[in-house]
Structures are given as C-alpha cells and as structure tokens.
Ligand binder design. Sequence first.
Ligand code: AMP
Length: 309
Amino acid sequence: MSIAVVGSIGLDTIQTPAGRVHEVLGGSAAYFSLAARHFMPVSVVAVVGKDFPREARALLAQSDVDLTGLEVQDGKTFRWEGVYSDDMNTRETIRTELNVFERFKPDLPDRTRSLKNVFLANIDPVLQREVLSQLDQPRLVLADTMNYWIKTKKDELLKTLKQVRIVIINEEEARELTGEALTHKAARAILSLGPETVVIKQGEHGAFLQGPELFFTCPAFPIDNVIDPTGAGDSFAGGFVGALARMARVNDHNLRRAVVYGCVLASFTVEGFGVSGLARADRESILARAEAISDMTKFSLSDTARILR
Ligand code: AMP
C-alpha cells in the first residue's frame, strides 16, 4: 500500500520576518511526501530540470520517498518566490516559474498505476486529471489547489473537482473559487462542485471538515516561534491523507482523526525554513502533539443547562 502524489517539486526562495532562504527544496509534492511518509510510503509523480540539486533529491530519497516517477528533463526546475507580511498571515508571490512543468506529460510507472490512494497536490489541474486517468482503480482521490490555478485555469479545475472525493483547500482559496464571502458558505458551495467532503485549512486557526452531515473543527497546534509558514498547507494534506489512507474506512470518526494529524504535521513545518522543520518530526513528537490536540478538543457541556435561567 502506498499513496501516489502529483504536485510540484521545486526550488523556493522565501522571505519571512525571521530571515531569507534562497532556492531551497520546496513544492507541494515535497512537503506532502515528507509529511505523509510517517503513515504510508509515498510515490511522487513530478518533473525537475537537470539543475535540480543532488542534495535536494537525496533529502527526499533518504526519507524513503519513491522517486521512480520523478522525471528529469532538459530545462530548469520549477521555481517559486514569496515574501511574508510581519504577522506571517499573508504572503505575496514574487514569481512563479513553471519551467519544466509547462511541457510535462506524466507517464506513470507500472507500479504507481495500481495504487489505490492518490493525492492531486497543488499543480496544473490538467496534470492532476492526466495522472488520475492513468490510475487503474483509485479508491481514495483527494486534491488541493491554489489561487494561481483558480485565476488561470478555473474551468479545468472545476473538471478535476468533479472526479475528487475529498478536497483540501485553504479558506481564501475556497472563497475565491466559489465567490462566497463567508468561509462556511464557501465550504458548502464546494460540496456542490463534486467532492463529498471538504477540508478548509485556516492557517494558525487550524482546519475544519465539512460534509453533507458532518462538521468538525480542529485547532492548530500552538507554535510560539513561527519561522516560515511555506508548505504548511501541503504538510497538513500529507498528515491528513496519510492518516486517512492508513485507516480501513472513510467515516466521520476517521475523518476527524485525520484532521488532527494534518494539524500536527503542519505545526512542524512552520518551525523551520523550507522543509527543515518537517524533516525533524519523528514518531514520538507526532504522537505527543496529536494527543495534545485531542486534549484541547475534548469538551463536555455536562450539566451546563443549569447555568441558564
Ligand atoms: P503552501 O504554503 O502550502 O501553499 O505551499 C507552498 C508551496 O507551493 C511552495 O513550496 C511552492 O513551491 C509551491 N507552489 C507555489 N505556487 C505554486 C503553483 N502555482 N503550482 C504548484 N506549486 C506551487
């Protein structure tokens, strides 16, 4: 059992109030894989250029991420640059260079085609569908996206969403996609686009789950020293999808458990630049944070009715 992921692998230049890093390993599939591998092996479908640094590749390979489906093409690797505001709640994209992704036509290795769990991480929605069409019989299809694709390829994105069981999206993007100003209305509007469940990521406020009959909200694990929020959303997805794929059934209880693991994995990412914080997470620290979140969310109203007049 493994999870197939298609998404970006690239080099990020990031500036936050804590400092700046230049061309470090990044991309949605990189963060996703490094988070999901704690639950299940991950096979990446992506492309890099000949300039992709050996150390960046080694970091993924050492973490037991299957790179058989990572093509290397003539040309430059995907690059992205972002600058965060002082409170790190917003960021400005300075540049997005798709480079080798512009011409990428994935051709999945045989053993990836038979995988049952697939995450369509943030990348061109046409590529997301192309990967989906090459899988034999996927059981669990989940997807994420980003403002860039909502702006440039909304119709393609809507076609992809029709084939997705669970969508994971951040709150501004949910509003942008649906035109709804209120996040809860946006979540419900996404359910009418195809997916049976939507997970809305809310940054430092955690995440909530919305299904036709399900609502669950989970706090973020509080981190005092946030260094770099880049990739927190993709790491959330890695924790969520990894945990859900490990559980035999998709039901309300398991969806809630998966959201907790999503919040846990995201919390490691924000503690360091690029993937450095996430790379430090281990079994014990993941479990400890999951238990802490579970304690935070336990609450019984007990005899509260007596408080009311
Ligand atoms: P997040 O902070 O979770 O939204 O993810 C940030 C990551 O997404 C960075 O590592 C970027 O390399 C990657 N990224 C940024 N823009 C795009 C895009 N248009 N398509 C795919 N990946 C992107």
